[in-house]
Ligand binder design. Structure first.
Ligand code: NTF
Length: 833
């Protein structure tokens, strides 16, 4: 286009195409302009929220510049790109993150102050983008931060839900869910691309025909269409000009409405189609580690992968390359099995539309995809009923059967006459009705499969996917231990600690190379440094105590030991064991003489987390925590020795307040159930110690930080099967300490005990599947060690510093480099200054 323009025209473009400045004055100029024009407000009518909007728009302008420059540079260079397919991106707030990653925090902070606002208040106005449930969605967000920071050519693809994860309120100690209508006000962190709209189809039928070469071909025809409209979310890297993109699809009706019906006066039916179309991306499914086989969810998955693949292929086709080069330009990472239909859809495009032979197409497909597994829990494994898939996606169902047929033929060849292994490996589960096992499809259609922590990656090879290892050999399966971004989880969430670290290390290089934190170790020996480290932790605890007071009315004394468990509420995560331990502590405290009490370390036990709306046992755990909280906090005889707090509506921005304030946090899943955990990494990075089981990434954290700096307890993963077997077939007596706590609940010490019967039954009739009784004794012992250790404040502080110093490995930068080198074959492409 440019070539066509006259010199004069070009000169005008260049004159005004210069970058927006980033100094204080230009901030103020943009801010006032946005107040007056974008917000259409007079300068006399600006509240904190308007100040947030004006600041956000000012930052957005600068973000878009970088976004444009990066996309242009990548288009020009046409390198291999990675596409991260994730049904969840739990981004949280964007303003503070953008200010820090762009290096604008100081001058813009000054600028806003002179205009009469405090940056802290401005930042508080932003609502979280909460398009995820928990660890899986937040991991995707950390990975995008690292991909941008390391200059990798990468895109995220996901859905733009109108409603994110529900907001949690408490009523009489019970969880209540409120819709998260996060788009109520304008969202400055997205760029609507209303011109990029892709028609997606459901239903219809398959027709067969013979092509000019005499080959039998298939065509998917008919069905109902909806539109996928693109919204782009810029993700700025830290200390680079690169800014990558997450493209989120929103569903819109194909036509405004059915004109014939409208003209016939059937207005309601006429808008029906419109409403149905908009339903698809209306709401995020609120289940963590649990599959619910709803048709709308399957529609979401297909809608998303269809639009994303069409978009990727459109980009690929611009360069006129042969199809066999597709995997040299495109890597697609499947974040769990949610996007597995992409494997089928790419095969359909190549065979039905592009006319490739099945085998050539399949080779391209398998070289393109790689699959990350995030859980071994059976209830989380995605399975779709064949009749449902057939009805919504008739051609895809045929292709799945064919993929399975060719796959099983190869299995048969390798293991002749082994019926058993065929049934075990089959993509189709033979039940009534039949189901598609999405994990099997994902493995067969990918060149690489990975778990998310060392133990987990070994477990998938020896348990759920062991027969695939027999067939493919072990090389297809590898480990990529999760990581977290130190930009958000230390620099942004804990600015005081970040400054103290920078001061000790001399510069901020550690934010891009977290292994440099090891140079903090010698400072653990400095008394003065320890004093200042402690002061930072204390002020973070004061900040959290203020938040707790404001939200719950509870007084949490910052001089107490802050003991935190914040994560989704789930039986396998064992918040139930934690609160039972609290009851045990409460009874113990009540049994002490005033003399004995003087030796007690006061504790504040803090809980937070959402339960899936249909998960009744998890909801009862929340109620029990709140009942115990009410009893204990009201018991004046206990004074400040024990406080129990449930902080409602745990989310990313709340995590940013809670995590830096923790002394000890609990990661106490039954061994072998938590694939990795990522908050464990965040706590330790912030100098919090952890109390945990030998599970997930706790194990690797232990290896890095050393036995002296972590409190591990409980049975190991290889004992779990036997212990469960014992509960099931023998009469194992309950741990006596646990028994007395249960009796206390049943006596009514924490309100009407009948409410809690189903919860208590999980330990008895439920055969204690998560092994609370087996681990309770060693849990209480570990808690005693925590109490003892905390009495020596100075020793504790040394441990705290060493924890932070030894966490370099857990940066998401390390994880992303491993993916890029070992799975994607991807090279950085800086967009340059
Ligand atoms: C979660 N899995 C795991 O439960 C966590 O242990 C892990 O840290 C995160 O993934 C990120 O890898 C899921 O949410 C899912 F979907 F697999 F159930």
């Amino acid at each position: 286009e440019k070539a066509k323009w006259s010199k004069e025209t070009l000169a005008i473009w260049e004159k005004y195409g210069c970058e927006e400045s980033v100094d204080k004055e230009s901030f103020q100029k943009s801010f006032v302009r946005h107040v007056n024009t974008t917000l259409a407000r007079s300068s006399l009518n600006v509240d904190n929220f308007s100040a947030y909007q004006a600041t956000a728009h000012t930052v957005r302008d600068r973000l878009i510049e970088r976004w444009n420059a990066t996309q242009q540079a990548h288009t020009l260079k046409d390198p291999k790109r990675v596409y991260y397919f994730s049904l969840e991106f739990l981004l949280g707030r964007s303003l503070d993150n953008a200010l820090l990653n762009l290096g604008l925090k100081e001058q813009f902070g000054e600028g806003v102050k002179e205009l009469g606002f405090r940056m802290e208040d401005v930042l508080e106005q932003e609502v979280d983008a909460a398009l995820g449930n928990g660890g899986l969605g937040r991991l995707a967000a950390c990975y995008m931060d690292s991909l941008a920071t390391l200059d990798y050519p990468a895109w995220g693809y996901g859905l733009r839900y109108t409603y994110g994860i529900f907001q949690q309120r408490l009523k009489d100690g019970f969880q209540m869910e409120l819709p998260d209508y996060w788009l109520n006000f304008d969202n400055p962190w997205e760029l609507p691309r209303l011109d990029i709209a892709i028609e997606v189809r459901f239903g219809g039928y398959v027709s067969k025909y013979t092509d000019e070469n005499g080959r039998t071909r298939h065509r998917w025809e008919g069905g109902d269409g909806v539109q996928a409209v693109a919204y782009d979310v810029p993700i700025p890297g830290y200390g680079t000009k690169n800014c990558i993109n997450i493209r989120l699809w929103s569903s819109k009706p194909k036509r405004q409405f059915d004109l014939s019906r409208f003209n016939a006066g059937e207005y309601e039916q006429a808008v029906n189609e419109q409403m149905k179309a908009e339903n698809i991306t209306a709401v995020l499914y609120p289940n963590d580690n649990h599959m619910v086989g709803k048709e709308l969810r399957l529609k979401q998955q297909f809608f998303w992968v269809y639009a994303s693949l069409a978009d990727i292929i459109r980009r690929f086709k611009k360069t006129d390359r042969a199809w066999d080069q597709f995997p040299e330009k495109v890597a697609i990472q499947l974040n769990d099995t949610h996007p597995t239909l992409a494997i089928v859809e790419l095969q359909r495009i190549l065979v039905d539309q592009e006319g490739l032979d099945w085998d050539d197409a399949w080779d391209i497909v398998t070289r393109t995809f790689a699959f990350t597994n995030h859980t071994v829990l059976p209830e989380a494994m995605e399975k779709w009923h064949v009749p449902m898939v057939e009805y919504l996606l008739p051609r895809h169902m045929q292709i799945i059967f064919d993929i399975n047929l060719f796959f099983l033929q190869k299995v048969e060849k390798q293991f002749p006459n082994d019926r058993d292994i065929l049934a075990k490996l089959s993509i189709i589960e033979e039940a009534t009705p039949q189901s598609v096992r999405m994990a099997h499809l994902a493995i067969v259609g990918s060149h690489r499969v990975n778990g998310v922590a060392a133990l987990h990656s070994n477990l998938i090879k020896t348990t759920i996917f062991k027969d695939f290892v027999k067939f493919y050999g072990p090389k297809k399966f590898e480990n990529k231990t999760n990581g977290i971004t130190p930009r958000r989880w230390l620099h942004q969430a804990n600015p005081k600690l970040s400054n103290l670290i920078t001061e000790a290390l001399g510069d901020k290089k550690w934010l891009k190379d977290l292994s440099l934190l090891k140079n903090l170790e010698p400072h653990a020996k400095s008394k003065d440094y320890r004093r200042r480290w402690k002061a930072v932790k204390h002020s973070n605890k004061v900040r959290l105590a203020e938040y707790i007071k404001a939200k719950t009315g509870i007084d949490a004394n910052p001089n107490s030991l802050f003991d935190v468990q914040v994560k989704r509420i789930h039986e396998y995560k064992r918040q139930f064991m934690n609160i039972l331990g609290v009851i045990h502590r409460y009874h113990y405290l009540k049994s002490l003489t005033p003399e004995e009490r003087r030796d007690i370390v006061p504790r504040v036990v803090i809980f937070g987390g959402k339960a899936a709306p249909g998960y009744h046992i998890a909801k009862l755990v929340i109620k029990l925590i709140n009942s115990v909280s009410a009893t204990v906090n009201a018991d004046e005889s206990i004074e400040d020795l024990l406080k129990v707090v449930f902080i409602p509506d745990y989310n990313v921005s709340l995590a940013e307040i809670i995590i830096p304030a923790s002394d000890i946090s609990q990661h106490i899943s039954t061994a072998g159930t938590e694939a990795s955990g990522t908050s464990n990494m965040k706590f330790v990075l912030n100098g919090g110690l952890i109390l945990g089981t030998v599970d997930g990434a706790n194990i690797e954290i232990n290896e890095e930080i050393g036995d002296d700096n972590i409190f591990l307890f409980g049975h190991l993963a290889d004992r779990v099967d036997d212990l469960r077997h014992a509960h099931r077939y023998r009469n194992v007596p309950m741990d006596p300490d646990l028994q007395s706590v249960i009796t206390s609940i049943e006596t009514g010490n924490f309100g009407d005990s009948r409410i809690f019967a189903p919860l208590i039954n999980t330990l008895t009739f439920g055969k204690d599947y998560y092994l609370l009784s087996d681990d309770f004794g060693s849990y209480l012992d570990a808690q005693k060690l925590v109490d003892e250790a905390y009495k020596d404040e100075d020793e504790w502080c040394k441990k705290s510093i060493l924890c932070t110093a030894r966490m370099g490995f857990f940066s998401s930068d390390r994880a992303i480099r491993e993916y890029a080198d070992q799975i994607w074959d991807l090279k950085p492409v800086p967009a340059k200054a």
